[in-house]
Design a protein around this ligand. Sequence first.
Ligand SMILES: NC(=O)c1ccc[n+]([C@@H]2O[C@H](COP(=O)([O-])OP(=O)(O)OC[C@H]3O[C@@H](n4cnc5c(N)ncnc54)[C@H](OP(=O)(O)O)[C@@H]3O)[C@@H](O)[C@H]2O)c1
Length: 332
Amino acid sequence: MQSRYFTLHAHPEGTPARELFELETAELPALAEGEVRVRNTWLSVDPYMRGRMTGVTTYIEPFTLGAPLEGAAIGEVIESRAEAFPEGTKIRHMGGWRDIAQLPADRCERLPAFDVPEQAYLGVLGMPGMTAWAGLNRIAEMKEGDNVLVSGAAGAVGSLAVQLAKARGGTVVGIAGSQDKLDWLESRGIKAVSYKGRDAAQLTAALNEACPEGFDVYYENVGGVCLEAALNTLRVGARIAVCGLIAGYNEATPSPGPSNLAMVLIRRARMEGFIVFDHWAHYPTFLEEVGPQVAAGELDYEETVVEGLEQTPDAFLKLFEGANRGKMLVQL
Ligand SMILES: NC(=O)c1ccc[n+]([C@@H]2O[C@H](COP(=O)([O-])OP(=O)(O)OC[C@H]3O[C@@H](n4cnc5c(N)ncnc54)[C@H](OP(=O)(O)O)[C@@H]3O)[C@@H](O)[C@H]2O)c1
């Protein structure tokens, strides 16, 4: 059997060109003892993959040029030499960016059993959802009634972060980049502010208008102008969970940091970065709390679905254009 998969054939500088991604085909070797063969049904594309394209080790190894790219995926076992995953089992694994994956069973997980579509385990009940929950609870230590500001507020992580924050009272403000995203935020009772076309002073003014008392928590997905404006609106003792800084991921030369970092000092704020995988031991707690709410329709989740393996790089690149509302997914 053959597998079709994407490779990267050069390290991008700035925004990756579509031509850097190549669709290749290879004959799969016979299945070894302890391995499964999987037909993928959903692929995840995520902003962190941009960091893996640079050739530099960060908190994770870089992608190897010419080798199949990796990413979270959901699929069905079509052939098995592993007792725990018989044919027909739905699993989540990291053999994405391809149609057929072949991998050891110890790198596969069965899907949890909530009454939700399977792709929810790549989004609201998967890594992005867990990231929202861990950042708010374990890093920002959000308390009942806190005023919370979230950037990237209508994306995979942000859209759950705003709803989890809203459920615990206080004013919740979401920053996003397009009218449909602002409308979605408003529909969930979140005050929505656009960052587009605004400098830090203008965004600060808009945030002050949305929440004159200031914020106890800032959930950071973006950086740049959003971070600078957010620092101006902190309350004393505020906590900033640094989840992502997507505004800088495609910069060939890094931009200088915020000119007003002194606000961390003035407001006695704490700023802490985190990587969700360090908190994965708490995934069952997250699922127990959030899974039933998603299954009951109490928490909304949006998906932007792109069809076909061939479109995977395009789906990935669209993340940097803000083309997705909620989780960006590829359906095979
Ligand atoms: N720390 C962790 O463990 C962890 C785990 C998962 C994700 N993350 C980070 O969390 C953030 C959100 O990830 P996600 O998966 O939920 O992605 P996402 O928000 O679903 O998609 C990316 C969004 O970022 C916004 N964006 C793109 N380029 C931008 C720019 N130059 N300036 C401002 N906004 C820009 C766009 O929304 P707009 O239309 O609103 O601009 C876009 O839709 C990312 O920074 C990601 O790296 C961190």
